[in-house]
Design a protein around this ligand. Structure first.
Ligand code: SAM
Length: 264
């Protein structure tokens, strides 16, 4: 028997896959530069997490999920779905904070530099509508893989733009863009002081890029923006203050605060 080298991340399928799913998982693994580890009929994932990889991207019948020893996560539009419903039912501007602070409107081009679970990007996609554009950058390959597959299958409906997920470091991506490429550039970096959160966010925390947003990246974003750069932060952290940003007036009932600087 050949000894497998354990890798940090690999791709597999659920235990009883059809040929088409195996082919799709293999192709995705090739595209992401990850090993594909075939799963025998009914073979449990637990032993593979011991022997073959620290984490797996698993192509299941209905979705693509990320598994490690501590849990699993698959794309779920969750709160974004509720926010979109509120917007669709005409309650907005009333009152989605991202939409208000970013001054988003139909036809806008929106660059989300921290795509994460894709929730804010989905809200932006509905507001900018089919004539607008939303690009979502994510540096973590594991998160990009699961969220981009989820977004691919998401039912956007006729009133929304689609989110275009890109695997990239936001600083490098911004540097390569011409000035004034997007109306709004948005950052929602990982908070310095984590509070306990939903299981999906705990999983996100384990796989996410944690380096804080720097003044250099913020300046690149101001060059790339045509109107605003918007930064989401936490009341319990001084991340915004360190960047010289004032919190915009907002609700007292949430721990989220928003900073905004004009384009250069
Ligand atoms: C707090 S989450 C964003 C959540 C997101 N706004 C949502 O609605 O689901 C931050 C995400 O940004 C990603 N990230 C952090 N630094 C990044 C960088 N330099 N380039 C691209 N992505 C980055 C992290 O990996 C993480 O997934």
């Amino acid at each position: 028997m050949t000894q497998r080298t354990r890798v940090p991340l690999a791709v597999t399928t659920s235990g009883k896959p059809e040929d088409s799913r195996v082919a799709r998982a293999r192709a995705a693994a090739r595209q992401w530069g990850l090993p594909f580890i075939p799963r025998r009929k009914k073979e449990p994932l637990g032993p593979l997490l011991e022997s073959a990889a620290d984490a797996f991207i698993v192509f299941e019948r209905e979705s693509v999920s990320l598994w490690d020893q501590e849990g699993s996560f698959s794309f779920n539009p969750g709160m974004a779905h509720l926010r979109r419903l509120r917007i669709l039912s005409g309650q907005v501007g009333g009152d989605d904070a991202l939409v208000r602070v970013a001054g988003l409107r139909a036809g806008d081009q929106f660059l989300d530099c921290t795509l994460g679970l894709g929730q804010d990007a989905l809200v932006a996609a509905l507001v900018v509508g089919p004539s607008g554009r939303v690009v979502g950058l994510e540096k973590s390959l594991a998160l990009h893989a699961v969220v981009s597959e989820g977004l691919e299958a998401y039912d956007y409906g006729p009133d929304s733009a689609r989110v275009e997920p890109v695997l990239a470091d936001s600083h490098a991506y911004l540097r390569a863009l011409p000035s004034g490429s997007f109306d709004v550039v948005f950052f929602d970096p990982m908070f310095e002081k984590p509070k306990k959160s939903q299981p999906a966010f705990e999983m996100l925390r384990r796989f996410a890029e944690h380096a804080p947003l720097t003044s250099e990246t913020l300046e690149e974003a101001r060059r790339v923006a045509r109107r605003w750069v918007v930064v989401k932060g936490s009341k319990y952290s001084d991340d915004l203050k360190k960047l010289g940003l004032e919190a915009e007036p907002g609700s007292h009932y949430t721990s989220v605060i928003w900073g905004r600087v004009p384009a250069r």
